[in-house]
Design a protein around this ligand. Structure first.
Ligand SMILES: [Zn+2]
Length: 167
């Protein structure tokens, strides 16, 4: 199902059918998240499993991603690996949200319709640090090269472009 993550889905129906949706979403296609990133490469991968519990449509959301942010100490890119598992209750309006058990996160979706992309974006945004910093000060100022699996990066390609344009 290509781009299934971007289609509005009826959460209740999927829950009744116990549907699993696997996704791989380019981070650049999640607009609110993309604003926070240094580079818009990479994707969020995982599974959204819909189930019915306590009369509610629940999404068991497993997501992994490696967004890149700017370290606020050295102003260089850093990876921020996210691997999370969340249980989200999809409800149609605020009064229903008040009745959701505390073990679930709650998403209010008018008509019970949501896209998997919205759920994933929300989850990733919640996982981002308010002030990104390399965990170890020694890592500051060092180019991000600890990810052998990732494609070659050109963190300064944009900078070179900018310099070229300077008078
Ligand atoms: Zn740093």
């Amino acid at each position: 199902m290509p781009d299934g993550w971007s289609r509005p889905l009826d959460a209740g129906q999927l829950a009744d059918r116990r549907t699993d949706i696997e996704f791989s979403i380019p981070l650049c296609e999640l607009p609110r998240l993309a604003r926070e990133l240094v580079q818009d490469d990479g994707s969020a991968r995982g599974t959204a499993s819909f189930v019915r519990e306590q009369g509610l449509a629940i999404v068991d959301l497993v997501v992994e991603a490696r967004p890149r942010l700017i370290c606020q100490r050295c102003m260089r890119p850093m990876s921020w690996p996210v691997a999370s598992r969340t249980r989200v209750a999809i409800v149609g309006d605020a009064p229903h949200a008040d009745r959701v058990a505390p073990e679930f996160e709650t998403v209010i979706a008018p008509g019970g319709r949501i896209t998997v992309g919205e759920l994933v974006e929300e989850e990733l945004l919640l996982g981002l640090p308010i002030v990104p910093l390399h965990a170890d000060e020694k890592a500051c100022g060092v180019a991000v090269d600890d990810e052998p699996d990732e494609e070659t990066q050109k963190p300064f390609a944009g900078l070179a472009e900018l310099l070229k344009r300077s008078p």
